[in-house]
Design a binder for this molecule. Structure first.
Ligand code: HEC
Length: 138
């Protein structure tokens, strides 16, 4: 049986290329955020989240840890979009659904930077649904 790639039929070769490049493993995006987003997220966090989740994100009296193994285990195998959606729907508990996508992106840039992810050149998008294919790295 001839190999697909050795095929001299251009349509089959093109189809093979399409199937390969559109497979989920290759379409998976990396988490990106900038140092500016981390700084903006830190100040919003201090204003709106710190009273419950604590100054170092794992020492809150009224909120669960947002760093370390507890947090990572809760979100293992989930997408950045799901985490953003959770924050949008539930946080802060006294006024949910008030944060913009951009604010949530900066808050998560801050939180993820405290979970050993590094800032880079590309900003995190505030488009929550657009992040459903971006998997958290745990
Ligand atoms: C009034 C206290 C309070 C405030 C303010 C608050 N949180 Fe929370 N947060 C909680 C509690 C309590 C939970 C756990 C809820 C549960 O498990 O049902 C939680 C859970 C979370 C989680 C999920 C943690 C996990 O491991 O599943 C995230 C993410 C989060 N908060 C982010 C934020 C952000 C970002 C802000 C600020 C915009 C914020 N929270 C403000 C109390 C608070």
């Amino acid at each position: 049986m001839p190999s697909l790639f050795a095929s001299e039929h251009p349509a089959i070769a093109l189809l093979a290329l399409f199937v390969l490049t559109s497979s989920p493993a290759m379409a998976q995006d990396e988490i990106t955020f900038t140092a500016e987003q981390v700084a903006a997220g830190r100040s919003t966090y201090r204003e709106l989240c710190q009273t419950c989740h604590g100054p170092s994100l794992s020492d809150g009296q009224f909120g669960t840890p947002l760093r370390g193994s507890y947090f990572r285990n809760n979100w293992a195998g989930k997408s950045l979009g799901e985490l953003m959606q959770y924050v949008y729907e539930k946080m802060p508990p006294e006024s949910p659904q008030t944060l913009s996508g951009e604010q949530i992106a900066t808050l998560l840039s801050w939180i993820l930077s405290r979970n050993s992810l590094s800032a880079g050149e590309t900003a995190m998008s505030g488009d929550i649904n657009g992040q459903n294919s971006v998997m958290l790295p745990w």
